[in-house]
Design a protein around this ligand. Sequence first.
Ligand code: ZN
Length: 383
Amino acid sequence: MKIPPLVDLGPELNADEMRRYKRHVVIPEISLEGQRRLKNAKVVCIGAGGLGSPILMYLAAAGVGTLGIVEFDTVDESNLQRQVIYGHSDIGKSKANCAKSRVTEINPDIRVNVHELQLDTTNAIDILKNYDLIIDGTDNFATRYLINDACVLLNKPYIWGSVLRFDGQASLFWAQYGACYRCLHPVPSIDSPSCAEAGVIGSLCATIASIQATEAIKLITGIGASLIGSLIMYDALNLSYETLKLSKDPSCVLCGENPTQTSLMQDYAGFCLPVIPGEITVVELKEKLDSEEDFFLVDVREPHEFEIVSIPGGHLIPLAGFLDGSALKKMPLDTEIVIYCRSGVRSATALKSLRDAGFSRSSHVIGGVIAWAQQIDPTCTVY
Ligand SMILES: [Zn+2]
């Protein structure tokens, strides 16, 4: 797909820059104009690991004027097999700061913004809105969905890549022109292993990262055919590429014809955990309570009903809070949530709000307090 340059022309190049970028400028498609667009571009890379290392180094070398690095981790010895931006003496140090020094050493003329934090629902929009283009160098589903959702909501292009063992994939999502990541994966494929579990060939990271960096340069300067609408699948073991066509899913909850998701989810980590069945019986609830399992029990009735009778350990958060969204902020992240009401009707409504917000480890109690009184504790008052 051919689309206009993402970034406006920046100021003229000075004599030093003319020398530095000579090999770019002689390419007719790039020329001085393309180099001035690169100089004016603001690109953020989420994660400075196997993919982020070459992405950041190549974009710095290419003269991308502003680079953002989002990374909260420290350098571990096991990173050095593929995260080529770091050296042995960096072990134990902040990845974000080490990556900044390395790219500044490659190109002292560019501006580097360090965001030493974990990208989450509370900061993603504020950080990503300052950049023209977002590149994903992460290796977990929760952050990937978060980046995708923020990019769709901000209408920003998102260059995605993923690697595992000998296989790599890459694409460019931009809802304005084509599919988003949710069109490709409406729900997380939670059974796929991570690089930490399954391993990855270090040099494969460079192959995929190089595709991502090249797509960034093409998009900024408006040259060539963009990866939008295509998914590249690379098999390093057999040295073969496959390109699949990607179309927008009209029923996508985020970028489809009738989007139901109009803001970020509250709990991306929960969304990416195995989905548990949405209903439990009072007998199952009793077993959970007796085994002192860690879960958050919510009573969605009104305060006067709660006073009459309640199930031990229940936190009173009336249904209205789930309907206007205010209750979602009171929900614990990464913990299973069980909801009950009088008969199971209101709790089913609250459950839907929870699931829509990403709390996939949530369920409601069939029959509510009435079933509890009938089957578990006959001393309870039924009203
Ligand atoms: Zn979509």
